[in-house]
Each structure stands twice: as C-alpha cells, then as structure tokens.
Design a protein. Structure first.
Length: 597
C-alpha cells in the first residue's frame, strides 16, 4: 500500500526524535500538497506557543526551522518598535515576521546558525535557506515531481522514494578527504543545499542561488586597506560581541573546554557578567593520563582561573567499544572524525545541558593550522613542476617503483609534484587522506572514474577562491572554511551533538564576526590571531596558558581501533602515524557503509 505524504513526513520527523525530544508538530495545507513536520529542542521560549510548524498571523506563511538567531533580541525590539504584533519570545516567530516584511531579502539581516523552510499558501511555493557557513545542515531530494527535505540524510532515507544508489562523487570525496564534500552526499538522490545558499521550489521547478559569499567579503575588505591596529581593535571587540551573543538561551549553557586558547578565551568572555553558571566539560582519556596529550590538567587550571563549574569526563577504550555500534548507526554520513564530539556531547547531556559552546573556527579563521604555512610553501616550491605537463605523473610512478617502502609510508609525497600547481591543488595534498591515483585497490575503476569526474575536486577547491584574495593567508582561510570546517567539523558537531539532544554553538564561526575579521585575515603575523583571542577577555588569558605549545585535540585511535574486528591488525601497522590511521579508519567506514546502508 502506498505511503501517504503525511505518513512519510511523520516517519521522517520521528526518525529525528533525538534531535528534538521536547515536542513534535505536523502541518499540511488544504489539499495536502505541502506537508511539514518538526521536532523541537526547546531553548528559546520553552512554552507550547513556540511549537512548530508555526503559522503567520494571517495564515499565509508556515515555517519549520532548525537553529538559533543570535541577533533575535535586536530584531524583535525593532519589530515591536515598528508596531508589529508578536505573541511569543521565540526567534521562529521573528523569522516569519521578517519574511512577511522583506521576503528573501530578510536573510541579510540574520546573524546565526539556521536551516529553515517557509511555505507560502498564496504563491504555493517553498523558500529554503541555510546559514552562511553551513553550521546547520539541510538536505533535499527532488525526484518524480516530489520535493523532500530534512536535517539529516538518514532521515530522508527513513521515508520512501529515495533510492539507495550511491553517488560516486560522495563516496570518492569521502575517501579523499575523510568527509563527504557538499553539495554531494552518500546517495545519488540526495543533495546538500550549500552553505550561504537559498532556494525556491514551486510548480516551475527549483531555483537555487548564493546569497552570501565569503570570498567576496574578504576581497572587498582587502581593498578597504584598514590600518592594522584599527583592524585588530575592531576584531577584538567583534570576538567579544560574538561570544556574548552566543549565550542567548532560556536554558543553562555549557562549554567544551580543551587545553587550547580558543575555548579558554570563550570561557573568559562568557564568564563576564554571566547571569547563570557556565558549566565547562573536558574529556580525559585513560590512555593519555599523565602524558603531554592529557588536556585535563591545563583545562582544569583555566576553569579554576575563571571560576567556572568544571567537569571532567573520562573515556576509555571499553566505553568506545561499547558505543561504536551506536556511533556508526547515528553518524549521518561517513566521517573519520566526530568521535570526540560524540563523547563530549554525551557528557553534556549527562550534566543536563541542552546548549554547549565550542571553539571550532578559531584555527580556520585565525591561521592556527600548519596548512597556512604548508599550502603556500608547497605551491611556491613545487608548483612549476606540477604545472609542467607530464612531469609530475612520471616522477610519481618512479617513486612508487623505485622506493615502494617510502611511497607506502608517505602516500601523498608524489602528489606534491602533481597537484601543487594551484593553491587549491596544494590544499588537496595537505588535507587529503589519499590522492586520486590511490583508489585502484579499493573500488571498481569505472566507479572511481565516474566519481573523480563528477567531483572535480581540484577545480572545486579553486572555485572557493573566486574572487581570488590578494594574500595566501586569506586564500587558505577560505579553503579551510569551505572544506575541512564545513564538511567535517561542523557536520560532526551537528550529528554527534544532536544525537544527545545538545545544540553545539560556535561563537568563532559567525558571519558578523567574519565581516569584522576580514580586513585582518590576510595580514595576520604568526601567532597574532591566537593572541587576539587570548586578549579578548577583560581578564586576559594568563601567560602560563597562552604561551604553552599547541598540541591539538587528540584521541587514542590506535588503542581503540585495536579492539574492533577487522581493524586490529591494520591499526597496529599504522600505529604512530596519524595519517595512516585515518586511512585505515576510512576504509573501515567505507566497508561499513557499503554493507549496512
């Protein structure tokens, strides 16, 4: 018996119950041509009046929405001052009100993370939009005259009418980068609405456009040529403003506290004038206790320095093995990362938190990764060879033939002579798990060829540099924002956090902050960006914290993987080489997804 639209929407909606355990809603227009469902995680206006789907006062518009609008208080005050009638204290109603007044142009007024859809009963059209950096996901399928959308790929698959055919570009993209690069997904029938894009769906079809462009913002800021000292002061104030804006909630707010500067700076600012306690959570790994990789001591010390209510959650191999099946069942698309976020979100839920701040974005915005040095250096050093036809592949073949051991342990070395002719290609070599030549033993050659062609990864990376910034620093920022941060860090934060009914907020990934940082991004001196963050709190980070060596947040993958059937031997061989460990983990995930989804 065919499933009705209502039945399908309920099934899709309720497959995401963990994302919204506080309420469920369903709405359909008179002829059933549009059906909307929603699950609620209540954070602003906890009353039932803020339930979704939410209708406008005259019944013309209906919205379903996922996210937070951080300038909601200002937008609400402006609406009331203009004589608008508002009956809730939720940001959902503000989105409806803004759309009534301005239509799609309302996107330019928003500061936040969001994915929403608004149905217009008069024009019989659906308008969808996603935030500037893609913090909140939005997936859709348009097949056989039916348009479906949801916050998860798995949710759409829980309905009907979605083929299980894999998208070669999504599969190859994952094996290249460790995450599936948008707009592709694991499935041929499902697409991700890109970050900073909106779309309209009506009887004539689907029209998609970009409404905000990070590259254009950076290039425009470069042309302003603002004094460096002035830019630093503006950036300092903008960091503080963003952190305070991200505290907006009618429930307690927590913070994921590592040993790094990013989360410590967020804590320092958040504690200033906080109206309720800030609960900090640090993960401690049994295998790292007493070593330089253990972030518990430094995190505890900075929490005490700022007077936070601090919690340490210890994780060991046994808990990882106990959770791995659930992790893989929840992971919306394959990703080599996200395990750390799973456990810190789990700890937050155990503390009764619905909201937690994260330091994601600090390294990408402010030049904190080795890629900011490596990518321009490789492009300069090897680019001429890579741009000379035929030389790179020949040398790569010779290396594999004459030095097989070196090639096996340094699988990307040959790529330096083949792909570094552009900054996008150099970034691929820096971030890739493996290169396009390394798939022969993994997948069918025809599938690989189709995937590489459709993906066009080097061209896709160079596309984010259009328009091209003047500085290499700004260019690498765009690449990190557009690939690693968007497709891996933010997506992992969403699926892992929301599985535990925890909304993860990223104060350092904010469009208003980015606009203020833009004049500075291409001109940061080594370490200057992180010192900017360290100075953001009124009580700045102490010297003993800000001058410690950067270690990065690690988890004991080698030890943990050794307990998984099919990975024990491979993890032992790769132990001590994080790149090879990631490659083996990606192969395991590939096999898992091919057999279970």
């Amino acid at each position: 018996m065919p499933v009705s639209a209502r039945e399908e929407v309920v099934k899709v909606r309720d497959s995401m119950a963990r994302r919204g355990p506080d309420g469920a809603g369903l709405w359909a227009n008179d002829d059933g041509g549009c059906v909307l469902g929603h699950r609620r995680l209540s954070i602003l206006d906890l009353s039932d009046r803020a339930l979704q789907p939410m209708e406008s006062r005259d019944g013309r518009y209906v919205i379903v929405y996922n996210g937070e609008i951080y300038n909601y208080p200002e937008l609400r005050a402006a609406a009331l001052a203009a004589g608008r009638t508002l009956v809730t204290t939720s940001d959902t109603e503000i989105l409806l009100d803004l759309f009534e007044q301005h239509g799609p142009a309302m996107l330019d007024t928003l500061r936040g993370m969001f994915a929403f859809a608004i149905w217009d009963n008069v024009t019989r059209s659906l308008f969808l939009a996603r935030d500037a950096f893609g913090i909140k996901p939005l997936f859709f399928s348009h097949k056989n005259g039916v348009f479906r959308f949801a916050s998860q790929v798995r949710a759409l698959r829980a309905g009907s009418g979605i083929s299980d055919a894999r998208d070669p570009a999504g599969v190859i993209g994952f094996l290249l980068l460790g995450s599936v690069p948008e707009p592709f997904t694991w499935y041929a029938d499902i697409t991700s609405l890109p970050a900073g894009h909106c779309m309209t769906v009506d009887a004539s079809g689907v029209m998609q456009r970009r409404y905000v462009d990070a590259a254009a913002i950076l290039v425009s800021a470069e042309r302003e040529r603002i004094d460096h000292g002035v830019a630093l002061r503006r950036a300092h104030n903008a960091v503080r403003d963003s952190i305070k804006a991200h505290l907006l909630a009618d429930v307690p707010v927590g913070l994921f506290l590592s040993g790094g500067i990013d989360s410590a700076a967020i804590l320092g600012v958040a504690m200033e004038g906080a109206t309720r306690p800030i609960h900090t959570i640090t993960l401690g790994f049994d295998e790292f206790e007493g070593t330089d990789d253990d972030e518990v001591p430094i995190a505890g010390r900075i929490a005490a320095f700022y007077g936070a209510q601090h919690n340490v959650r210890r994780i060991g191999r046994d808990e990882f093995l106990a959770d791995i099946d659930e992790i893989l069942a929840t992971m919306d698309q394959p990703s080599i990362d996200g395990i750390n976020t799973w456990f810190v979100a789990k700890a937050a839920q155990e503390q009764g938190l619905k909201v937690a701040l994260s330091g994601v974005g600090g390294d990408e915005m402010l030049g904190g990764y080795p890629s900011f040095n490596d990518v321009p250096a490789w492009h300069s050093r090897y680019g001429l060879i890579a741009r000379t036809p035929g030389i790179g592949p020949v040398i790569g073949t010779l290396v594999k033939t004459l030095m097989p051991g070196f090639a096996a342990n340094n699988p990307k070395a040959a790529g330096l002579l083949r792909y570094t002719g552009t900054l996008g290609g150099a970034y691929l070599v820096r971030r890739a798990l493996r290169l396009p030549d390394d798939f022969s033993a993994i997948l069918d050659p025809a599938f690989v060829k189709a995937g590489l062609s459709r993906l066009g990864i080097v061209g896709r990376m160079n596309d984010v540099l259009d328009p091209m910034p003047d500085s290499d620093q700004a260019s690498v920022t765009l690449l990190e924002l557009g690939f690693y941060m968007r497709n891996q860090l933010l997506r992992d934060a969403d699926w892992a956090g929301m599985r535990h009914s925890v909304e993860i907020r990223t104060p350092l990934v904010d469009i208003a902050l980015f606009r203020e940082l833009a004049p500075l991004i291409g001109h940061l001196k080594a370490g200057e960006g992180k010192q900017l963050l360290a100075d953001a709190p009124v009580i700045a980070l102490p010297g003993w914290h800000r001058h410690r060596s950067k270690t990065g947040f690690r988890i004991p993958y080698a030890s943990w993987m050794s307990g998984i059937d099919g990975l024990a031997e491979r993890s032992a061989v790769a132990s001590g080489n994080n790149g090879l460990l990631s490659r083996e983990w990606s192969r395991y995930l590939l096999d898992h997804y091919r057999t279970t989804t």
